[in-house]
Design a protein around this ligand. Structure first.
Ligand code: SAH
Length: 388
């Protein structure tokens, strides 16, 4: 693999931030470590293919989050919380995050001071601005800024928006998100659009997707295209299949697979993501796809009870993996193939244990590096039904 620059930037925040466990390790070695980990965890199911790494593993994150804090001298610091604590590590720029987003975060720090916006203090409960979340569309160049505040009363909000847009014309939307709860969750429930359409659009594999503040979207768009293409190739669709996209988010995998399938059903728990998915199907003119808002396990159980059949199941659960209700129903629905996309090889190994005891065998294991410099690893596993 061609490497652009090896260790071109030494991260000055490495020791305190803790976000990147593989800081200081050459990228080739990081990839080897991840391969080793996957090989070990999945040793009972086959030999993984070589990991798909990045050519340029820097500045890949399209979603950036920052927290602000008042300093004793009246300045405002911005950074991330130290791992497993709420102590702020001041950070000016991060080598795995979108660089423009990092600049906007610094501008908001400057503007917050000149507009005399009070920064929220978790201990006293006093102040207004809690976090900033930025999402960028790698292909479209769109940028959404979410200002997370305790109350919708934001002083001089129009002037603040104007000043921010003046410094960063690349911003396409600004949203106020109200989070007045004592919680470590970043976003509260309510969004108020201050400027633009309230979401970004991005393109993946020739489809356009809208992504709202609460919807899940893969953080590394370069690798996401490779991940999806590989997963869909493994499904080996011929145009006749009934396909399920479980844990579908904004509908990306199902939509991209739809042109090679008869019909696709997507299921997802998050309401906003389902709304985005339905809009995305319309926007892309995809007619053979339907989306349901439900717990994937419960949805599968009811499909199995109704005697439905599926030819291929894509499943892409969160880090906790799937659950028994879901896996049991996979067995009942009896798809020929299951393509399991996992961001946590530990829970993947557990779930594969269940499926391979009951009529499925693993035919391919493909690790993909979606998160360079961190110790996280994505794995696509293809399972085939064993005919008895
Ligand atoms: N396949 C999508 C999303 C993967 S992330 C993509 O590639 O973008 C996992 C998704 O599972 C998230 O959107 C999350 O909201 C959803 N989710 C979490 N628990 C769920 C459950 N019990 N049932 C259905 N969806 C769930």
């Amino acid at each position: 693999m061609k490497m652009k620059t090896e260790e071109k930037v030494k991260c000055p925040y490495e020791k305190k931030c803790g976000g990147c466990k593989y800081q200081g390790i050459p990228y080739e070695k990081q990839l080897k470590e991840k391969e080793k980990k996957v090989r070990k965890l999945l040793k009972d199911y086959g030999k993984p293919e070589p990991i798909l790494g990045m050519e340029d593993p820097y500045y890949y994150r399209n979603k950036v989050h920052a927290t602000y804090k008042h300093m004793r001298n009246g300045d405002i610091a911005v950074g991330r919380y130290e791992e497993s604590s709420h102590r702020l590590v001041p950070i000016e720029s991060c080598q795995i995050e979108d660089q423009k987003a990092d600049e906007v975060i610094q501008t908001i720090r400057k503007l917050a001071k000149s507009f005399k916006i009070k920064i929220f203090n978790e201990d006293s409960g006093y102040g207004l601005l809690r976090h900033v979340l930025i999402r960028t569309g790698r292909k479209t160049g769109e940028m959404l800024v979410v200002l997370v505040v305790v109350s919708p009363v934001f002083p001089s909000k129009n002037n603040f928006v104007k000043a921010l847009r003046k410094e960063h014309p690349e911003i396409t939307s600004i949203v106020l998100n109200i989070n007045d709860k004592k919680t470590s969750m970043i976003l509260g429930e309510r969004n108020i659009v201050l400027y633009g359409k309230g979401y970004i659009q991005d393109e993946l594999c020739d489809y356009t997707f809208r992504i709202s503040p609460h919807s899940f979207y893969q953080v590394n768009p370069v690798q996401t295209e490779r991940l999806y293409k590989k997963a869909i190739r493994l499904a080996d669709l011929k145009g006749k299949e009934k396909v399920l996209d479980a844990y579908c988010g904004i509908g990306t995998i199902g939509m991209i697979a739809s042109k090679q399938a008869k019909e696709v059903t997507g299921v997802e728990l998050n309401r906003d993501a389902v709304r985005d998915a339905i809009g995305n199907a319309k926007g892309n003119g995809v007619k053979n796809i339907r989306f349901y808002q439900a717990d994937a396990g419960a949805f599968m159980v009811s499909m199995a009870e109704q005697g439905e059949k599926m030819d291929v199941v894509f499943m892409d659960p969160p880090r906790a993996g799937s659950d028994e209700a879901f896996l049991q129903s996979v067995i009942k629905l009896a798809p020929k193939k299951v393509v399991y996309i996992s961001c946590n090889p530990e829970t993947l190994a557990r779930d594969l244990g269940y499926l391979t005891k009951k009529k499925y065998k693993v035919t391919k294991i493909c690790p993909v590096d979606m998160f360079p410099f961190t110790d996280h690893c994505e794995v696509i596993t293809c399972l085939q039904r064993v005919e008895s």
